[in-house]
Design a protein around this ligand. Structure first.
Ligand SMILES: [Zn+2]
Length: 131
């Protein structure tokens, strides 16, 4: 990822920010310039809930260059408490304990990616809720 792209998307990476459409009132993620439901461009930022449940997941064994040390890792589709769905890495979980329907919460984790200016990058991931 280029440094400029990282900088542009940093807020939604750190705080799970989506958009609320002022025309149709729907909320979506990731943020866009236009509402995917009604094409309106009247959008406002919307903080999304940090908790949700894991709808589906897949275990990734074949990774892009630079991510080899993370293999295998889990990518899941999370439905947040307000119904918005987010695709993200699932972290802090043993592969044998992961299951669909489990409660998860957002957390911030470092990305093992080297940008040209050596900025340390972070992004959201989800981890199981500890009860
Ligand atoms: Zn809309």
């Amino acid at each position: 990822m280029a440094t400029s792209a990282y900088w542009r998307t940093r807020l939604c990476r750190y705080r799970l920010i989506g958009n609320r459409c002022q025309s149709c009132d729907r909320v979506f993620f990731p943020p866009r310039f236009m509402c995917p439901y009604c094409n309106s461009t009247k959008l406002e930022e919307c903080k999304l809930p940090d908790r949700g449940r894991l709808l589906e997941y897949t275990i990734v064994y074949s990774t892009p260059k630079g991510y080899e040390a993370m293999t295998p890792y889990v990518v899941g589709l999370v439905e947040l408490e307000n119904g918005v769905r987010v695709l993200a890495q699932i972290t802090d979980v043993n592969l044998e304990n992961i299951k669909e329907g489990m409660e998860v919460e957002a957390c911030i984790r470092r990305i093992p990616e080297q940008l040209e200016e050596k900025i340390i990058c972070y992004t959201y991931k989800f981890r199981p809720v500890i009860k």
